[in-house]
Design a protein around this ligand. Structure first.
Ligand code: ADP
Length: 400
């Protein structure tokens, strides 16, 4: 039996997503998600051959328990013998990793060191790696980093206007995130244009709970809106995006916030949630606009869309030419209202939507939504798992 499938693992603090993918055919054989980990309500949802199942997890309800149940499901369906390798989503690779990397002890050590830059993500990503190592001791484990695609950014885009020695001594610079998604949709756009990726220049707006915009010039990320952490850039579900750093001192010195309070405020209580005082979910805000003509919901949406549009326009300074704009992520793929408000501010970039197409291309569909005569604007459903599977497969096949 040929070993042609990659198990992709994306491990979050209380969730673990997995898919078994045949990269050559893009076929997803089995997939699922474990949620509410580390609580007594932990469960694993699995989808295999058109059947969905949900299993309650046993104590200690942790990531290892979830991986053990996933492994049992792979054995039950005789899928283990197909496995070539395990590919992991790793959030922060710092300047150490611009390519997918086989995880050996030295790599794990470096990922632990980089946890200084991503304390919420790297440690929990490593839990997934270690659980998979235990379950599949004989299989290579590969790390695919969210920051990797942005390692091509020039210094002028990634150095902050603060003393240079903070970069040299402590690695304080802009790294960018969502790289795997921006890379995937950029490559898809190149296919739609029938051009090689290396000569394709697009702007990609990944709008989900986290949101980032990336300028891709001739196939390379040359600027992106997230920075040292995923807090920088546009307004997000609960994150503020860019604010005057002076606000932080004001909160601490005048309003007696602690550093932890400020962290919580900017990461968890701001963005769509903080402005609307209603929800971090774009759907709830849209419903309030459409059904109740709610003024605050409308303002929230305007702020969100204006900030994305401004970022897109600013990337005209980064590109050698402009092949088009891509929307992706939960909001980008589904909200015709958001797309419409953003593109309405970009007429000077010769961008205009065909509103019929804009309304049709939703819910996992991909396609062109711009008017004839306008610059291209596409919705492209992202697929980070496919990239992780492909890159893992290529790396392991090359090494053999
Ligand atoms: P994450 O960043 O966690 O991967 P997603 O990419 O799944 O998140 O995006 C989640 C966001 O997508 C939420 O704000 C949600 O409201 C939004 N979303 C999902 N479906 C729709 C829809 N039909 N209309 C508008 N927004 C939607």
């Amino acid at each position: 039996m040929s070993k042609n499938a990659v198990l992709v693992i994306n491990c979050g603090s209380s969730s673990l997503k997995f898919s078994l993918i045949e990269p050559n055919s893009s076929k997803v054989i089995i997939s699922g998600v474990a949620e509410r980990l580390l609580s007594a309500e932990a469960f694993l949802k699995t989808s295999y051959a058109g059947t969905k199942t949900s299993t309650r997890l046993n104590p200690p309800f942790d990531h290892q328990t979830a991986v053990d149940v996933i492994v049992a499901a792979l054995y039950e369906h005789n899928l283990v013998e197909h496995l070539l390798a395990v590919g992991h989503r790793l959030v922060h690779g710092g300047e150490s990793y611009s390519q997918p990397t086989v995880i050996i002890d030295a790599v794990k050590q470096r990922i632990k060191e980089l946890a200084k830059l991503a304390p919420l993500h790297n440690p929990v990503n490593l839990i997934g790696v270690e659980a998979a190592e235990k379950a599949f001791a004989d299989l290579p484990q590969v790390a695919v980093f969210d920051t990797a695609f942005h390692q091509s950014m020039p210094e002028k885009a990634f150095i902050y206007g603060i003393p240079y020695k903070l970069y040299q001594q402590h690695g304080i610079r802009r790294y960018g995130f969502h790289g795997t998604s921006h890379y995937f949709v950029g490559k898809q756009a190149a296919k739609l244009l029938h051009k090689p990726f290396r000569s394709t220049s697009v702007i990609s707006a990944h709008l989900g709970n986290g949101c980032s915009v990336t300028a891709i010039d001739n196939g390379q990320s040359v600027d992106t809106s997230m920075g040292l952490t995923p807090l920088e850039g546009v307004v997000m579900g609960t994150r503020s995006g860019d604010v005057d750093p002076g606000i932080i001192f004001h909160l601490i010195q005048q309003l007696n916030y602690s550093a932890t309070d400020v962290d919580k405020l900017l990461n968890k209580e701001s963005g769509l949630l903080g402005i609307s005082e209603m929800s971090n979910d774009c759907r709830t805000i849209e419903e309030a606009i459409i059904n109740d003509e709610d003024a605050r919901a409308n303002l929230t949406m305007d702020i969100f869309c204006y900030r994305v549009a401004k970022t897109i326009a600013s990337y005209m300074a980064s590109l050698s030419h402009f092949d088009g704009l891509i929307f992706t992520g939960g909001i980008g793929e589904n909200s015709n209202l958001v797309r419409s408000r953003i593109v309405n501010s970009l007429k000077l970039l010769n961008l205009e939507l065909d509103e019929t197409k804009n309304t049709e291309v939703r819910f996992g569909k991909s396609g062109l939504i711009s008017k004839q005569g306008s610059n291209n604007c596409w919705v492209i459903a992202t697929n980070e798992e496919q990239v992780i599977a492909e890159q893992t497969y290529q790396l392991i096949s090359k090494d053999k």
